[in-house]
Design a protein around this ligand. Structure first.
Ligand code: HEC
Length: 193
């Protein structure tokens, strides 16, 4: 009889302790789960960023590899350049990029000419009322390639749908014939904003 009573007391005691402990178990396991989630998320984010650096952007289809990722280069214009009224040689809304650092082409904040050897200037244009890039015009500065025109190589590519590859539209004299108007600025119209 005495033993039975003791048992009952013990059981009750154990029951109360158990009830009291349940919330703390639940809380700890929630915290652990949350921490685990965080760790998983952080690792995934890290993987993503590593993937980003491991795989550089590919050039747009049909364009040479040295234009890959050009839209991450220094952009010369602060605002998109609208179509030129009355006829635009590169018809569309345009952005111009160069594979140079700002400090390199504009030491002390002022743009210097000529562009250094190895410079690549890429102009992209979305044709009027189109939401994809339909034109890419390129100027490459290659020492010795054309001393009469500041050693620029000119070439322009176009495509008529977003799924097409780009193909060459024109190059050389067609281009520098007009760009000679800005010979004093190294044949380049768009200045660094
Ligand atoms: C009739 C004149 C004309 C012809 C021809 C022409 N361009 Fe241009 N180009 C311009 C003007 C003006 C700009 C300035 C930005 C704008 O409004 O498009 C320009 C801008 C550019 C730019 C951006 C750098 C800069 O000078 O502002 C590149 C690159 C370029 N042209 C390449 C070419 C190539 C390649 C060809 C030949 C296939 C060509 N251009 C033919 C007038 C011309």
């Amino acid at each position: 009889m005495y033993i039975k009573k003791l048992d009952q007391i013990n059981l009750r005691y154990l029951f109360v302790v158990a009830i009291m402990l349940i919330p703390s178990f639940v809380i700890t396991s929630c915290v652990e789960e949350k921490q685990l989630d965080d760790i998983v998320q952080q690792t995934e984010e890290k993987d993503d960023s590593q993937q980003g650096t491991d795989e550089p952007a590919a050039a747009l289809p049909g364009l040479p590899d040295d234009t890959a990722g050009y839209d991450k280069w220094l952009k010369l214009n602060a605002e998109p350049i609208p179509p030129v009224a009355g006829g635009d040689p590169h018809n569309g809304t345009k952005n111009v990029y160069v594979n140079q650092e700002r400090d390199n082409i504009a030491p002390d904040g002022e743009q210097q000419f000529p562009y250094p050897d190895g410079s690549i200037v890429v102009k992209e244009a979305s044709r009027p009322n189109k939401d994809y890039i339909g034109l890419i015009a390129i100027m490459r500065k290659k020492a010795g390639s054309d001393p009469d025109h500041n050693d620029w190589e000119f070439i322009e590519y176009t495509r008529n749908t977003p799924d097409d590859d780009f193909s060459v539209l024109a190059s050389g004299a067609t281009c520098w014939g007009c760009h000679a108007r800005v010979e004093d600025k190294d044949y380049v119209f768009t200045l660094l904003d």
